[in-house]
Design a protein around this ligand. Sequence first.
Ligand code: PBG
Length: 337
Amino acid sequence: MQDKTHLVDEITGHRRMRRNRKADWTRRLVQESRLTVDDLIWPVFIVPGSNILDPIPAMPGVNRMSVDKLVEAAKEAADLGIPAIATFPNIEMELRDETGSNALEANNLINQATIAVKKAVPNIGMITDVALDPFTSHGHDGILRGDEIVNDETVEQVVKAAILQAEAGSDIISPSEMMDGRIGAIRRGLDAAGHQNVGIMSYATKFASGYYGPYREAISTAGLLKGDKNSYYISPANGMEAIRDAALDVEEGADMLMVKPGLPYLDICWRLKENFGLPTFAYQVSGEYTQIKAAAMNGWIDGERVMMETLLCFKRAGCDGVLTYFAIEAARKLAKG
Ligand code: PBG
């Protein structure tokens, strides 16, 4: 018998990648990344009033909720096993001003929501943002003086807002306004006020992105925003700068890091995790959600499949979890197995 080597074997030798892919059981055995309900953080939009579920046109399937409805939703999330929710308020226009002073009201919408959810659903984590954009009449995340978003004055205000949020019961303060020095200032402020157990999840690398469009509709800042946020968010072109920015947040005492937006920035997720080893989260933002929903509604992609695929990809890229508007949908799917 002649030893006839196939062409493929000459190239691969005895190496055949498909052996591990040949059956469901081998594929399960070698699977590297897994998505579980423990990886999901659910961002939600709150409105004043009661009994309100107000659909957001640019985010099919997502509602703005009054606090009573949020409490019901938080119960469902907790029952599904979702560890935490992140709240974003749609503040009445009359309450918005130049400096975002409503952020410093102990009983403002975001704090009311925290108090109500913590009372009714004590075992779900509450993550609250201290950026000023929901509260300012110009839609910027900080205090605007002339053409400038002033850094240090904004940080002072953000620290006060963080302490009020902690007092309302927030578990994790999550500053998204990208001012320099904010993480250290918030840490010192929280500690001085006796909130050593309240954590900080830094929006360490937040990019100046077009993907935030539907969010700005949801909290009604789209029509207000004067100019852009390029003087405080990171340019989508800059990876090294993002790492340096995150390094400062780590030094200043961040407990967790976040990358925002998510999918176009998986390289940043990976680099943060590799560099710092902190719990690292991605925010699959409104525009990412909307793209998937819109294509699915047109029958152009399998929306559920792409949802699960994108969430899994965050895990593969080193993330410990994902903030996603799909949280409930994904949790239900995971529960079904
Ligand atoms: C601003 C903020 C943004 C988002 C949450 N908080 C971005 C922005 O409006 O510039 C975006 C979230 C999303 O798109 O889902 N502090």
